[in-house]
Design a protein around this ligand. Structure first.
Ligand SMILES: C[S@@+](CC[C@H](N)C(=O)[O-])C[C@H]1O[C@@H](n2cnc3c(N)ncnc32)[C@H](O)[C@@H]1O
Length: 235
């Protein structure tokens, strides 16, 4: 999936916040009633980090929610997109533009790190994980979220497409993180995307594939689809 890691295309995808907002807005807990964002936040807060870096922070809601629970954390959010950094700063979070594979911080500067739904975009994945490991002190913890290869696959198939299998999935994430960290733990969480109507499902698809948005057969009323995510901790 070259489009997922092509820096120019990824830059276009996140040049403004609207596509990401459209996608975020449909997600809710799956059958177990568990939200991966809440699981991630609970894990981050429970490690009681003093200084924490988030890479690929997006619009900053996750950073804001951690700070609301743990206001004493020295939280530094980073993202490649200036628009995302601006949105994050607007929430009162310290944020700066930086690529995950070239972090402008010294060795061992942080005791915690977060990379949520972003490692599938990084062209040099091992380079980025090496960077995160470098800026973490020994024993520091990286918290990660990503999607499985069957994530939203039924919607993609209904629209005539194929499942979106990225370079960093629920299925291979532990093995990849294990190249850089000694201990890795993984929890799989099923989620649900709920679309109010056909138009909403098309709008979601249009954020990354206008072609698929145009080929989703019409349906009446709301519809929901399963998402498959994993939250991992590496130290
Ligand atoms: C799917 S969004 C996830 C945002 C946020 N973590 C969340 O969970 O809502 C991916 C984010 O990673 C950022 N990103 C993509 N490639 C990056 C890179 N190489 N270095 C840093 N950030 C990157 C994008 O700009 C975007 O904000």
């Amino acid at each position: 999936m070259r489009e997922m890691t092509d820096r120019g295309l990824v830059g276009q995808q996140y040049a403004t916040v609207d596509r990401l907002e459209t996608r975020r807005s449909v997600w809710g807990p799956g059958p177990e009633g568990v939200s991966p964002v809440e699981v991630l936040r609970t894990l981050v807060v429970s490690t009681q980090p003093r200084r924490l870096i988030e890479v690929g922070c997006g619009t900053g809601q996750f950073a804001r929610s951690v700070l609301d629970e743990a206001p004493n954390v020295d939280y530094v959010a980073t993202d490649l997109s200036p628009a995302m950094v601006e949105a994050t700063r607007a929430l009162g979070v310290t944020a700066e533009v930086a690529p995950a594979d070239g972090l402008p911080f010294g060795d061992g500067s942080f005791d915690g790190a977060v990379a949520a739904w972003m490692l599938y975009h990084v062209p040099d994945l091992d380079g980025a994980l090496g960077e995160v490991r470098r800026v973490l002190r020994d024993g520091g913890t990286l918290h990660v979220a990503t999607n499985g290869s069957e994530h939203l696959a039924d919607l993609l198939r209904d629209a005539g497409g194929d499942p979106l299998v990225t370079q960093f999935t629920s299925e291979n994430a532990a093995e990849i993180l294990g190249r850089h960290f000694e201990h890795v733990a993984r929890r799989d969480i099923e989620t649900r995307a709920t679309f109010a109507d056909h138009e909403a499902a098309c709008a979601y698809l249009a954020t990354f594939s206008p072609g698929l948005a145009g080929s989703l057969p019409h349906f009446d009323g709301p519809r929901s689809y399963a998402g498959h995510t994993a939250v991992l901790t590496a130290r």
